[in-house]
Design a protein around this ligand. Sequence first.
Ligand code: PLP
Length: 503
Amino acid sequence: MVIATTITDSREELHSTFASRYARTSLPKFVMPEQPISKDAAYQIINDELMLDGNPRLNLASFVTTWMEPECDKLIMSSLNKNYVDMDVYPVTTELQNRCVNMIAHLFHAPVRVDETAIGVGTVGSSEAIMLAGLAFKRKWQARRKSEGKPCDKPNIVTGANVQVCWEKFARYFEVELKEVKLRKGYYIMDPVKAVEMVDENTICIAAILGSTLTGEFEDVKLLNELLMEKNKETGWETPIHVDAASGGFIAPFVYPDLEWDFRLPLVKSINVSGHKYGLVYAGVGWVVWRSKDDLPEDLVFHINYLGSDQPTFTLNFSKGSSQIIAQYYQFIRLGFEGYKNIMEMCMANARVLKEGLEKMGRFEIISKDVGVPLVAFSLKNSSKHTVFEISESLRRFGWIVPAYTMPPDAEEVAVLRAVIREDFSHSLAERLASDIEKVLKQVESLPSRISARAARLTSSVSDPPEEKIVAMGNFEKSVKESHGEVTKEFRNVESKKVSGVC
Ligand SMILES: Cc1ncc(COP(=O)(O)O)c(C=O)c1O
């Protein structure tokens, strides 16, 4: 790779612009180049290539923060060179982490005194937090089984089929069977009754979600707690609950303070929350807090001696940046409870603006609920000719990134679009998005259908009753569910290889 050959040539530098000096050769892709290049060239080349990335502020696929105050940006920049793990060198950063853990634990009503240190840790995101919480449950369950002289080699965890992929990762990486409560059309969260039915003596915990990734809905943790208490009483088991509050953890305490989903419920032993979602910090921070010291098995905790005192650590990795922890503390003291409340209420109000705009068009069914995370998930009432995937694709032309996806089992026949409303998404942007969606809808509908005739025959409005309808297909008769599977496949073909992930 020889992109450097012309750079040291001062004559060439004098006689040519950036483009003519560096745009002639292809960039290193596989092998590190032999020679260095100047710093301004490296900057420009990379900066130019990055122009092709989407605009993060218009990325409505993600819950993750895309705007922070310039004062906080300054703090972030000035701490980029601090490795968080060097706690004896950066004791103040460590202290800020501990303060954040305390504040989150109190926000979630952990039974700790106001001046007592809470049990928890900062992580890279909710995924790492969930791995840690899951491991703690597995260890506790194993210890209990061993003490009872019972086998402990077949742990399982009960979740809804709507869980984020990190739970599947946890299950696979840490060898725990994932028992998923299936969804159904019109009901896209874990049914607490079915979840408790699935619990057996090998269940390490039930994981409930406060703010489903797919629809933003809160699962009914209070009912789950009641049902599980009864089952535990009957069976003598001690199955606990984890709440995955990745996005809802910084919504519910401010917008729905009376909703009981957290440590107010006795079986809730740990909770994760993403600092980089509604915690309002850029990507790279999550939190997990435990109800009490007893809920985090001591053998999972490593002790680092720093400045003569003991700093317990429980993380999957070692080195990591400090900036996000510092930024989280900034947001907590900068905004306070009132500041967070104001922002979260504004996000909810802007989600309503978008929802009402969509409702006016009369073509969409709103899948998300009014109580939940500020997002709007919606599907086409009639998708026999055009799909939500085409709408998602066409919105890209306006700069909007609005993902489309099909629901998990057993609701795969439902395909939705989802727009996440963050702090930096204003009322006027919500109106603008609604009007752009209307334009796109008109354009899409004026085009010939891209769905094959066969799929068009199979598809039906999402508001059609799914049960018992039989669709003729050649010599076979297929159930509606199977047929919708075919349509989903067609949708995916229509989408060709484009993937709009949701996170
Ligand atoms: C409910 C839920 N849990 C976990 C995660 C993973 O979070 P993170 O991206 O912070 O690792 C997400 C991400 O969107 C989520 O929505």
